[in-house]
Design a protein around this ligand. Sequence first.
Ligand code: RB5
Length: 148
Amino acid sequence: MKIVIGCDHGALELKETVKEVLKEFPEAEVQDMGTYTAESVDYPEIAEKVCKEIVNGSAEKGILLCGTGIGISMAANKIKGIRAALCSDVFSARMSREHNNANVLAMGGRVVGPGPASEIVRAWMTTEFSHGERHQRRIDKMMALENK
Ligand code: RB5
């Protein structure tokens, strides 16, 4: 399973934490799409790069990080086919997979510390979509909004 990850300058350290945690998942082939330096970058560009890999089928899931996680998740959710969940706690991370079948996890480097962020990633990586009829129906309705 390929996982693409990306961050802006506000979450460089968090990206390294996430990459460390992803090593616990040998089935995950991780591709780091940047940014790689502290130089300021615009989060929509990172969101687009990462999400493109998901919507074109090259990757299954993505993890996007910026200072708050807000801008980068908003940008990601503008891209057709993306369901990005901004999570700062384990319960939300789990639910975003179980109920919403999120294909992108977003977090804020200035919001969550390395310990909680690691647990969030573990929860998100290990929780499957529940495939319940009502959840699929709601997701179908949500995705239909892209064409309205
Ligand atoms: C960059 O300073 C900051 O605005 C960005 O990382 C993010 O928090 C935006 O939502």
